[in-house]
Design a protein around this ligand. Structure first.
Ligand code: SF4
Ligand code: SF4
Length: 452
């Protein structure tokens, strides 16, 4: 694709990056075929190719230019442009499909940031977006708000109410500890969590990003991960100071706040990294995908670039860590022989499209003896996409229901996934129970693996 940036514009690093992405696109349109919003809405501007054009028009235009046509182009950037970019899920399915390797998400981030500067939002949207940022990113605040939300759920607006577990789900959690639940952070769960994080005597140590909403919504996930790792002789060093990965701020166009969170996490992890921690393990693929990009996103920060690149190199999804351990372990006991009720796996976009780890969880589950039901349209987003389910509730619900139809087509007893956002979103329909896959592995493996 040809671009028309002035030399002055090209002197700015973000325009240089955008120019590179734009030039790599040959506008073939293959990406539209796998774009969830294009599939639902059928509008070119709600597909990747159309959005690429919109961002090109935005970045090439200038409302203060001396040139009349550039000013005219700028006047066409409106709320309508914003609507089409807001509807993008950032699922990156288009990137997996693109034969030219177009880094769409890089362009989208640049475009959204510029658009936010140029086109205002109504106060309701501003309030919602800033409320989400403040409510979600601090685990303690989120837990307190969630407890309130469960109590006053009937008064919450529809899209928000969908995200708040019902009180009866608390009871369900007591019977089925692998179900996601908010206030089921019962003392015993918390004790388990602490227990799971106290294996500092083990010679191999990793760090774990605990996440911002996950400890409140499904505290058993990190605890289960720590227990599974401990069976393979790997301990988790707790780092209390590490917090939200920054993705929520970043994707709500508060990029500076997102960067500040990245720097704070790097500072928190650094002493343990220097002490030899071998990985930073993520159990939420959305956070994992983001931490893997710290290096790229802080590349122009002289104080953090090097450490950010090191952190990204150490970031591993739990499926990568466990996959390696299982691959070099020939103990028969690893064939855990769990119950044979079929399981459907929903691979989050952040695991398959952003991290390129599609198929890896399914491989481990099969190796451990789980029966996996086939799932159609595995590449399509479930509609969760960070805060999308709250900012775009209609589209999000349509995608969720379509995803559930595909997942439930072969009658699984349970759905497993690898990201708390997808888990909560799919659970919100109140249909087939949804768990994180590592909880199922934790339940299935013997408490102690025999020595090799
Ligand atoms: S598939 Fe790739 S090259 Fe083709 S239009 Fe989409 S982004 Fe551009
Ligand atoms: S990121 Fe997802 S929703 Fe956005 S354009 Fe690409 S495929 Fe479509």
């Amino acid at each position: 694709m040809q671009t028309h940036f002035s030399d002055a514009a090209l002197a700015r690093p973000h325009i240089q990056r955008a120019d590179k992405v734009l030039r790599s696109c040959v506008h073939c349109g293959f990406c539209n075929a796998t774009c969830p919003t294009y599939q639902l809405l059928g509008d070119e501007r709600d597909g990747p190719r159309g959005r690429i054009y919109l961002i090109k028009q935005l970045l090439e235009s200038d409302p203060e230019s001396q040139d009349a046509s550039t000013r005219q182009q700028a006047s066409e950037i409106t709320r309508e442009t914003q609507r089409h970019l807001d509807r993008c899920l950032s699922c990156r399915s288009c990137e997996t499909t693109c034969p030219s390797g177009v880094q769409y998400h890089t362009l989208l981030d640049i475009g959204r940031q510029e658009l936010e500067r140029r086109v205002g939002r109504p106060w309701r949207e501003r309030l919602l977006r800033s409320g989400l940022r403040h409510a979600l990113v601090e685990p303690a605040r989120f837990k307190a708000l969630l407890a309130l939300g469960v109590r006053f759920r009937p008064l919450a607006p529809g899209a928000l109410a969908d995200k708040i577990p019902l009180a009866r789900e608390r009871d369900h959690q007591a019977e089925h500890p692998t179900a996601p639940v908010a206030v089921a952070a019962t003392p015993s769960d918390q004790a388990l969590s602490r227990q799971g994080h106290s294996q500092q005597g083990l010679s191999r140590q990793v760090l774990m990003l605990e996440g911002c909403v996950q400890p409140g919504l499904a505290p058993n996930i990190n605890a289960a991960t720590a227990r599974v790792l401990a069976r393979f002789g790997i301990g988790v060093t707790p780092i209390q100071e590490a917090g939200c990965c920054g993705a929520i701020d970043y994707h709500l166009n508060a990029q500076q706040a997102g960067r500040a969170r990245m720097r704070a996490n790097i500072d928190a992890w650094w002493p343990a990294i220097e002490a030899g921690a071998e990985a930073i393990v993520q159990t939420a693929s959305g956070c994992g995908a983001f931490v893997k990009e710290y290096g790229e996103m802080l590349a122009d920060d002289p104080d953090y670039a090097e450490r950010a690149a090191r952190v990204s190199a150490l970031a591993r999804d739990i499926v990568e860590v466990l996959g390696e351990e299982i691959a070099r372990d020939d103990r028969q006991s690893l064939a855990a022989a769990p119950d044979q009720q079929p399981l459907a796996f929903h691979c989050p976009c952040t695991l398959q499209h952003a991290q390129g780890l599609g198929g890896e969880v399914e491989k481990i589950l099969s190796q451990l003896g789980f029966t996996l039901a086939p799932v159609m349209e595995g590449h399509l987003c479930c509609g969760s996409a960070g805060t999308y389910s709250i900012t775009q509730p209609e589209l999000s619900r349509q995608l969720r229901d379509r995803k559930l139809e595909a997942l439930e087509a072969n009658g699984p007893a349970r759905i497993a996934t690898a990201n708390i956002g997808c888990q909560t979103h799919l659970s919100s329909a109140g249909r087939t129970p949804v768990s994180h896959w590592i909880e199922l592995v934790d339940d299935a493996l013997p408490e102690t693996l025999p020595q090799e």
